[in-house]
Design a protein around this ligand. Sequence first.
Ligand SMILES: CSCC[C@H](NC=O)C(=O)O
Ligand SMILES: [Zn+2]
Ligand SMILES: [Zn+2]
Length: 430
Amino acid sequence: SSSSESESSESIIISRFQTYLQIKTDQPNPNYTQSTNFLTSQAKSLSLQSQTIELVSGKPLVLLKWAGTSPNLPSIMLYSHTDVVPAEHDKWAHHPFEAHIDSRGRIYARGSQDMKCVGMQYLEAVRKLKGWGFVPKRDVYLVFAPDEEIGGHDGAEKFSLSQVFRELNVGIVLDEGLASPDEHYRAFYAERSPWWMVIKAVGAPGHGSKLYDNSAMENLLKSIESIRRYRASQFDLIKAGLKAEGDVVSINMAFLKAGTPSPTGFVMNLQPSEAEAGFDIRVPPTADAESLERRIAEEWAPAWRNMSVSLGQFKQKVPVTDAYGKPVVTKTDSSNPWWALLENAVQEAGGKLGKPEIFPASTDARYFRNLGLPAIGFSPMANTPVLLHDHNEYLNKDEYLKGIKIYESIIKSFASFDEHGRDERFKDEL
Ligand SMILES: CSCC[C@H](NC=O)C(=O)O
Ligand SMILES: [Zn+2]
Ligand SMILES: [Zn+2]
Protein backbone atom coordinates (compact mmCIF):
# COMPACT_ATOMS: atom_id res chain seq x y z
CA SER A 1 0.00 0.00 0.00
CA SER A 2 1.05 3.60 -0.38
CA SER A 3 1.06 4.08 3.37
CA SER A 4 3.61 1.33 3.90
CA GLU A 5 5.60 2.74 0.99
CA SER A 6 5.72 6.12 2.66
CA GLU A 7 6.69 4.45 5.91
CA SER A 8 9.60 2.72 4.34
CA SER A 9 10.71 5.91 2.69
CA GLU A 10 10.40 7.63 6.08
CA SER A 11 12.61 5.02 7.65
CA ILE A 12 15.18 5.55 4.91
CA ILE A 13 15.07 9.29 5.57
CA ILE A 14 15.63 8.69 9.28
CA SER A 15 18.48 6.27 8.70
CA ARG A 16 20.22 8.83 6.45
CA PHE A 17 19.93 11.33 9.31
CA GLN A 18 21.37 8.74 11.70
CA THR A 19 24.29 8.11 9.37
CA TYR A 20 25.19 11.81 9.36
CA LEU A 21 24.79 11.99 13.17
CA GLN A 22 27.10 9.01 13.63
CA ILE A 23 30.02 10.80 11.98
CA LYS A 24 32.24 12.09 14.76
CA THR A 25 32.58 15.73 13.84
CA ASP A 26 32.97 16.85 17.45
CA GLN A 27 35.45 19.59 18.24
CA PRO A 28 38.36 19.82 18.77
CA ASN A 29 39.14 17.05 16.22
CA PRO A 30 36.19 16.80 13.86
CA ASN A 31 36.35 14.05 11.24
CA TYR A 32 35.72 16.33 8.27
CA THR A 33 36.99 13.75 5.80
CA GLN A 34 34.10 11.48 6.63
CA SER A 35 31.45 14.22 6.69
CA THR A 36 32.72 15.55 3.37
CA ASN A 37 32.55 12.09 1.77
CA PHE A 38 29.05 11.56 3.10
CA LEU A 39 27.76 14.93 1.89
CA THR A 40 29.41 14.53 -1.48
CA SER A 41 27.76 11.14 -1.93
CA GLN A 42 24.40 12.68 -0.98
CA ALA A 43 24.94 15.37 -3.61
CA LYS A 44 25.70 12.73 -6.20
CA SER A 45 22.53 10.79 -5.41
CA LEU A 46 20.60 14.05 -5.90
CA SER A 47 22.45 15.08 -9.09
CA LEU A 48 23.56 18.32 -7.46
CA GLN A 49 26.81 19.94 -8.55
CA SER A 50 29.29 19.65 -5.74
CA GLN A 51 32.63 21.11 -4.82
CA THR A 52 34.78 21.01 -1.73
CA ILE A 53 36.55 24.22 -0.85
CA GLU A 54 39.44 24.32 1.58
CA LEU A 55 40.11 27.96 2.37
CA VAL A 56 42.23 26.56 5.19
CA SER A 57 43.73 23.16 4.67
CA GLY A 58 41.96 20.43 6.62
CA LYS A 59 38.84 22.61 6.96
CA PRO A 60 36.64 21.62 4.04
CA LEU A 61 33.46 23.47 3.14
CA VAL A 62 31.08 21.51 0.93
CA LEU A 63 29.23 23.65 -1.60
CA LEU A 64 26.31 22.12 -3.53
CA LYS A 65 24.41 23.79 -6.32
CA TRP A 66 20.91 23.23 -7.61
CA ALA A 67 20.88 25.36 -10.74
CA GLY A 68 17.87 27.61 -11.35
CA THR A 69 16.34 28.71 -14.64
CA SER A 70 17.03 32.42 -13.93
CA PRO A 71 20.62 32.43 -12.79
CA ASN A 72 20.72 36.23 -12.94
CA LEU A 73 18.45 36.48 -9.93
CA PRO A 74 20.27 36.54 -6.58
CA SER A 75 20.59 33.03 -5.20
CA ILE A 76 19.33 31.27 -2.10
CA MET A 77 21.93 29.97 0.35
CA LEU A 78 20.92 27.14 2.67
CA TYR A 79 23.66 27.19 5.26
CA SER A 80 24.66 24.72 7.97
CA HIS A 81 27.76 23.78 9.92
CA THR A 82 29.08 20.24 10.07
CA ASP A 83 30.96 20.37 13.36
CA VAL A 84 29.41 19.76 16.76
CA VAL A 85 30.47 20.48 20.32
CA PRO A 86 32.06 17.72 22.42
CA ALA A 87 29.89 15.41 24.55
CA GLU A 88 30.59 13.71 27.87
CA HIS A 89 29.71 10.20 26.77
CA ASP A 90 29.24 8.72 30.23
CA LYS A 91 26.66 11.37 31.17
CA TRP A 92 24.32 10.50 28.32
CA ALA A 93 21.55 7.91 28.44
CA HIS A 94 22.63 6.77 24.96
CA HIS A 95 26.00 7.20 23.30
CA PRO A 96 26.11 10.67 21.66
CA PHE A 97 27.34 9.29 18.33
CA GLU A 98 25.09 6.25 18.15
CA ALA A 99 21.93 8.15 17.15
CA HIS A 100 19.82 5.72 19.13
CA ILE A 101 16.05 6.01 18.64
CA ASP A 102 14.04 5.27 21.78
CA SER A 103 10.50 3.94 22.03
CA ARG A 104 9.07 7.48 21.87
CA GLY A 105 10.90 8.19 18.63
CA ARG A 106 13.53 10.45 20.13
CA ILE A 107 16.81 10.41 18.20
CA TYR A 108 19.63 10.96 20.68
CA ALA A 109 22.81 12.41 19.28
CA ARG A 110 25.20 15.31 19.52
CA GLY A 111 24.18 17.49 16.59
CA SER A 112 20.57 16.24 16.47
CA GLN A 113 19.49 19.84 17.22
CA ASP A 114 22.70 21.74 16.51
CA MET A 115 22.61 21.44 13.56
CA LYS A 116 22.98 18.27 11.54
CA CYS A 117 19.18 18.12 11.52
CA VAL A 118 18.95 21.28 9.44
CA GLY A 119 21.70 20.29 6.99
CA MET A 120 20.02 16.95 6.29
CA GLN A 121 16.53 18.48 6.17
CA TYR A 122 17.70 20.82 3.39
CA LEU A 123 18.94 17.79 1.45
CA GLU A 124 15.75 15.78 2.05
CA ALA A 125 13.57 18.72 1.04
CA VAL A 126 15.56 19.12 -2.18
CA ARG A 127 15.17 15.37 -2.78
CA LYS A 128 11.39 15.63 -2.46
CA LEU A 129 11.11 18.76 -4.60
CA LYS A 130 13.25 17.22 -7.31
CA GLY A 131 11.16 14.05 -7.16
CA TRP A 132 8.05 16.09 -7.80
CA GLY A 133 9.66 17.77 -10.78
CA PHE A 134 9.95 21.20 -9.17
CA VAL A 135 12.41 23.46 -10.97
CA PRO A 136 13.85 26.47 -9.11
CA LYS A 137 14.08 29.87 -10.76
CA ARG A 138 16.88 31.00 -8.54
CA ASP A 139 20.06 29.05 -8.02
CA VAL A 140 19.90 27.21 -4.71
CA TYR A 141 23.16 26.61 -2.85
CA LEU A 142 23.63 24.25 0.06
CA VAL A 143 26.66 25.06 2.17
CA PHE A 144 28.12 22.72 4.79
CA ALA A 145 30.80 24.61 6.66
CA PRO A 146 33.42 23.68 9.25
CA ASP A 147 34.32 25.17 12.62
CA GLU A 148 31.22 27.15 13.58
CA GLU A 149 31.53 25.94 17.14
CA ILE A 150 34.97 27.51 17.52
CA GLY A 151 34.09 30.83 15.94
CA GLY A 152 33.88 30.10 12.22
CA HIS A 153 37.11 31.92 11.42
CA ASP A 154 38.43 29.15 9.14
CA GLY A 155 34.95 28.44 7.80
CA ALA A 156 32.18 30.97 7.35
CA GLU A 157 34.33 34.03 7.94
CA LYS A 158 36.88 33.28 5.22
CA PHE A 159 34.15 31.94 2.94
CA SER A 160 32.06 35.11 3.31
CA LEU A 161 35.05 37.18 2.21
CA SER A 162 36.03 34.90 -0.68
CA GLN A 163 35.73 35.39 -4.41
CA VAL A 164 33.85 32.08 -4.60
CA PHE A 165 31.17 33.46 -2.31
CA ARG A 166 30.93 36.77 -4.19
CA GLU A 167 30.32 34.90 -7.40
CA LEU A 168 27.38 33.04 -5.87
CA ASN A 169 25.49 36.36 -5.80
CA VAL A 170 23.59 35.34 -2.69
CA GLY A 171 20.35 37.21 -1.97
CA ILE A 172 19.19 35.46 1.18
CA VAL A 173 20.83 33.21 3.76
CA LEU A 174 19.10 30.62 5.93
CA ASP A 175 21.09 29.47 8.96
CA GLU A 176 20.33 27.85 12.32
CA GLY A 177 17.80 28.83 14.98
CA LEU A 178 16.71 27.11 18.19
CA ALA A 179 14.22 24.47 19.23
CA SER A 180 10.93 25.70 20.66
CA PRO A 181 9.32 24.12 23.73
CA ASP A 182 5.88 25.18 22.46
CA GLU A 183 4.10 24.74 19.16
CA HIS A 184 5.56 27.89 17.54
CA TYR A 185 8.69 27.67 15.45
CA ARG A 186 11.25 30.39 16.20
CA ALA A 187 12.92 32.68 13.67
CA PHE A 188 15.88 34.95 14.37
CA TYR A 189 16.73 38.23 12.64
CA ALA A 190 19.90 39.09 14.56
CA GLU A 191 22.15 37.75 17.26
CA ARG A 192 24.05 38.94 20.27
CA SER A 193 27.76 39.62 19.96
CA PRO A 194 30.11 37.51 22.03
CA TRP A 195 32.62 39.34 24.20
CA TRP A 196 34.92 36.86 25.90
CA MET A 197 36.79 38.67 28.62
CA VAL A 198 39.36 37.86 31.25
CA ILE A 199 39.59 40.15 34.26
CA LYS A 200 42.81 39.99 36.19
CA ALA A 201 43.70 41.42 39.56
CA VAL A 202 47.13 41.76 41.08
CA GLY A 203 47.83 42.74 44.66
CA ALA A 204 50.18 42.40 47.56
CA PRO A 205 50.54 38.83 48.82
CA GLY A 206 50.38 38.23 52.55
CA HIS A 207 49.78 35.89 55.43
CA GLY A 208 46.47 34.05 55.27
CA SER A 209 45.53 35.31 58.71
CA LYS A 210 45.90 39.00 57.92
CA LEU A 211 43.07 41.42 57.11
CA TYR A 212 44.32 44.04 54.65
CA ASP A 213 43.01 45.94 51.65
CA ASN A 214 43.86 45.49 47.99
CA SER A 215 44.75 41.84 47.88
CA ALA A 216 44.26 40.35 44.40
CA MET A 217 41.47 38.08 45.69
CA GLU A 218 39.59 40.89 47.43
CA ASN A 219 39.80 43.12 44.38
CA LEU A 220 38.63 40.41 42.03
CA LEU A 221 35.75 39.58 44.38
CA LYS A 222 34.63 43.22 44.36
CA SER A 223 34.38 42.99 40.58
CA ILE A 224 32.56 39.69 40.74
CA GLU A 225 30.03 41.16 43.19
CA SER A 226 29.41 44.09 40.87
CA ILE A 227 29.15 41.81 37.85
CA ARG A 228 26.66 39.60 39.66
CA ARG A 229 24.47 42.58 40.54
CA TYR A 230 24.46 43.62 36.90
CA ARG A 231 23.74 40.03 35.82
CA ALA A 232 20.78 39.87 38.21
CA SER A 233 19.41 43.18 36.92
CA GLN A 234 19.46 41.86 33.36
CA PHE A 235 18.04 38.49 34.34
CA ASP A 236 15.23 40.22 36.29
CA LEU A 237 14.07 41.87 33.05
CA ILE A 238 13.59 38.41 31.57
CA LYS A 239 12.00 36.98 34.71
CA ALA A 240 9.53 39.88 34.79
CA GLY A 241 8.59 39.15 31.20
CA LEU A 242 9.78 42.60 30.11
CA LYS A 243 12.49 41.35 27.77
CA ALA A 244 13.34 38.24 25.79
CA GLU A 245 16.53 36.27 26.24
CA GLY A 246 18.22 37.87 23.25
CA ASP A 247 17.32 41.44 24.28
CA VAL A 248 19.43 41.72 27.43
CA VAL A 249 23.16 41.57 28.13
CA SER A 250 24.13 38.22 29.64
CA ILE A 251 27.30 37.65 31.60
CA ASN A 252 28.41 34.33 33.01
CA MET A 253 31.66 33.29 34.64
CA ALA A 254 33.52 30.70 32.57
CA PHE A 255 36.48 30.15 34.87
CA LEU A 256 38.16 31.27 38.06
CA LYS A 257 41.90 30.96 38.41
CA ALA A 258 43.85 31.80 41.54
CA GLY A 259 45.79 30.32 44.39
CA THR A 260 49.23 28.90 45.00
CA PRO A 261 49.33 25.20 44.10
CA SER A 262 50.95 22.73 46.47
CA PRO A 263 51.44 18.96 46.06
CA THR A 264 48.37 18.33 48.21
CA GLY A 265 46.09 21.01 46.80
CA PHE A 266 46.49 24.71 47.39
CA VAL A 267 48.46 26.62 49.97
CA MET A 268 45.94 27.79 52.55
CA ASN A 269 47.76 30.43 54.52
CA LEU A 270 48.98 32.56 51.65
CA GLN A 271 46.91 35.25 49.98
CA PRO A 272 47.93 35.04 46.30
CA SER A 273 49.30 38.00 44.36
CA GLU A 274 47.27 37.28 41.21
CA ALA A 275 43.72 36.21 40.53
CA GLU A 276 41.68 36.08 37.35
CA ALA A 277 38.24 35.24 36.11
CA GLY A 278 36.89 34.65 32.62
CA PHE A 279 33.47 35.83 31.47
CA ASP A 280 31.26 35.05 28.52
CA ILE A 281 29.33 38.25 27.79
CA ARG A 282 26.67 38.49 25.08
CA VAL A 283 25.65 41.90 23.84
CA PRO A 284 22.45 42.55 21.85
CA PRO A 285 22.84 44.58 18.64
CA THR A 286 20.74 47.37 20.10
CA ALA A 287 22.68 47.63 23.36
CA ASP A 288 24.76 50.66 24.24
CA ALA A 289 28.13 49.03 23.74
CA GLU A 290 30.03 52.15 24.79
CA SER A 291 28.39 52.34 28.17
CA LEU A 292 29.08 48.65 28.71
CA GLU A 293 32.73 49.27 27.83
CA ARG A 294 32.78 52.08 30.39
CA ARG A 295 31.25 49.83 33.02
CA ILE A 296 33.97 47.26 32.36
CA ALA A 297 36.76 49.81 32.55
CA GLU A 298 35.43 51.75 35.55
CA GLU A 299 33.64 49.16 37.68
CA TRP A 300 34.75 45.68 36.72
CA ALA A 301 38.41 46.12 35.90
CA PRO A 302 39.47 49.57 37.18
CA ALA A 303 43.17 50.19 36.81
CA TRP A 304 43.16 52.08 40.13
CA ARG A 305 42.25 48.76 41.79
CA ASN A 306 45.21 47.09 40.04
CA MET A 307 42.96 45.35 37.59
CA SER A 308 43.17 44.76 33.85
CA VAL A 309 41.04 43.22 31.17
CA SER A 310 42.03 41.13 28.15
CA LEU A 311 40.29 38.98 25.58
CA GLY A 312 39.77 35.30 26.34
CA GLN A 313 40.03 32.18 24.19
CA PHE A 314 39.74 32.84 20.43
CA LYS A 315 39.92 36.57 21.20
CA GLN A 316 36.21 37.02 20.66
CA LYS A 317 34.97 40.56 20.81
CA VAL A 318 32.53 40.88 17.97
CA PRO A 319 31.41 44.48 17.32
CA VAL A 320 27.72 45.11 17.90
CA THR A 321 27.50 47.43 14.89
CA ASP A 322 28.68 47.26 11.30
CA ALA A 323 31.35 49.38 9.61
CA TYR A 324 28.88 52.29 9.43
CA GLY A 325 27.92 52.07 13.09
CA LYS A 326 24.54 50.50 12.34
CA PRO A 327 23.29 47.51 14.36
CA VAL A 328 23.76 44.27 12.39
CA VAL A 329 20.17 43.12 11.95
CA THR A 330 18.04 41.62 9.21
CA LYS A 331 14.86 43.57 8.54
CA THR A 332 11.59 41.86 9.40
CA ASP A 333 9.32 44.50 7.85
CA SER A 334 8.04 44.85 4.30
CA SER A 335 11.45 46.11 3.13
CA ASN A 336 12.61 42.51 3.36
CA PRO A 337 10.36 40.32 1.18
CA TRP A 338 12.09 37.15 2.40
CA TRP A 339 10.63 37.49 5.87
CA ALA A 340 7.04 37.49 4.66
CA LEU A 341 7.86 34.66 2.26
CA LEU A 342 9.21 32.60 5.16
CA GLU A 343 6.15 33.33 7.32
CA ASN A 344 3.77 32.34 4.55
CA ALA A 345 5.73 29.25 3.59
CA VAL A 346 5.79 27.98 7.18
CA GLN A 347 2.08 28.64 7.51
CA GLU A 348 1.27 26.90 4.24
CA ALA A 349 3.09 23.83 5.48
CA GLY A 350 0.91 23.82 8.59
CA GLY A 351 3.45 25.41 10.95
CA LYS A 352 3.12 28.35 13.30
CA LEU A 353 5.83 30.98 13.64
CA GLY A 354 6.49 33.00 16.80
CA LYS A 355 7.60 36.64 16.97
CA PRO A 356 11.02 37.37 15.39
CA GLU A 357 13.77 37.06 17.98
CA ILE A 358 17.41 37.93 18.57
CA PHE A 359 19.51 34.75 18.78
CA PRO A 360 21.00 34.63 22.29
CA ALA A 361 24.31 33.04 21.23
CA SER A 362 26.34 33.30 18.02
CA THR A 363 25.99 31.69 14.64
CA ASP A 364 27.83 31.98 11.36
CA ALA A 365 24.95 34.12 10.08
CA ARG A 366 26.73 37.16 11.49
CA TYR A 367 29.40 36.99 8.78
CA PHE A 368 26.74 37.26 6.08
CA ARG A 369 24.72 39.94 7.89
CA ASN A 370 27.95 41.90 8.20
CA LEU A 371 28.02 42.05 4.39
CA GLY A 372 24.55 43.58 4.41
CA LEU A 373 22.85 40.36 3.35
CA PRO A 374 19.60 39.30 4.95
CA ALA A 375 20.04 36.14 7.03
CA ILE A 376 17.34 34.30 8.95
CA GLY A 377 18.08 31.86 11.76
CA PHE A 378 15.59 29.03 11.63
CA SER A 379 15.65 25.40 12.78
CA PRO A 380 12.19 23.83 12.51
CA MET A 381 11.87 22.06 15.88
CA ALA A 382 8.60 22.74 17.71
CA ASN A 383 7.44 21.02 20.91
CA THR A 384 11.09 20.28 21.66
CA PRO A 385 13.21 21.28 24.67
CA VAL A 386 16.26 23.41 23.86
CA LEU A 387 19.11 20.92 24.27
CA LEU A 388 21.91 22.26 22.13
CA HIS A 389 25.29 21.76 23.83
CA ASP A 390 23.49 19.82 26.60
CA HIS A 391 23.59 16.18 27.67
CA ASN A 392 21.07 13.92 25.91
CA GLU A 393 20.51 16.25 22.98
CA TYR A 394 17.69 14.73 20.96
CA LEU A 395 15.13 15.42 18.28
CA ASN A 396 11.95 13.42 17.83
CA LYS A 397 11.81 11.74 14.43
CA ASP A 398 8.31 13.08 13.73
CA GLU A 399 9.49 16.65 14.36
CA TYR A 400 12.42 16.00 12.04
CA LEU A 401 10.09 14.75 9.30
CA LYS A 402 7.73 17.71 9.80
CA GLY A 403 10.72 20.02 9.44
CA ILE A 404 11.46 18.55 6.02
CA LYS A 405 7.96 19.51 4.90
CA ILE A 406 8.49 23.01 6.25
CA TYR A 407 11.69 23.33 4.19
CA GLU A 408 10.00 21.96 1.09
CA SER A 409 7.58 24.85 1.40
CA ILE A 410 10.25 27.47 2.15
CA ILE A 411 12.64 26.38 -0.58
CA LYS A 412 9.84 26.23 -3.13
CA SER A 413 8.71 29.72 -2.20
CA PHE A 414 12.19 31.29 -2.05
CA ALA A 415 13.40 29.65 -5.24
CA SER A 416 10.27 30.73 -7.14
CA PHE A 417 10.36 34.35 -5.95
CA ASP A 418 11.19 36.25 -9.09
CA GLU A 419 11.12 39.88 -8.09
CA HIS A 420 14.49 41.48 -8.40
CA GLY A 421 13.27 44.14 -6.00
CA ARG A 422 15.33 45.02 -3.04
CA ASP A 423 17.92 42.28 -3.14
CA GLU A 424 19.30 43.64 -6.42
CA ARG A 425 20.47 46.58 -4.33
CA PHE A 426 22.86 44.43 -2.35
CA LYS A 427 24.65 43.47 -5.53
CA ASP A 428 25.86 47.04 -6.12
CA GLU A 429 26.98 47.39 -2.54
CA LEU A 430 29.08 44.24 -2.57
C1 LIG B 1 31.68 33.17 19.40
S1 LIG B 1 32.27 31.85 18.54
C2 LIG B 1 31.41 30.53 19.23
C3 LIG B 1 30.13 30.32 18.60
C4 LIG B 1 29.18 29.54 19.44
N1 LIG B 1 28.09 29.17 18.65
C5 LIG B 1 27.17 28.34 19.09
O1 LIG B 1 27.10 27.93 20.23
C6 LIG B 1 28.74 30.39 20.61
O2 LIG B 1 29.35 30.29 21.68
O3 LIG B 1 27.80 31.17 20.51
ZN1 LIG C 1 25.07 25.55 15.70
ZN1 LIG D 1 26.47 25.05 18.77
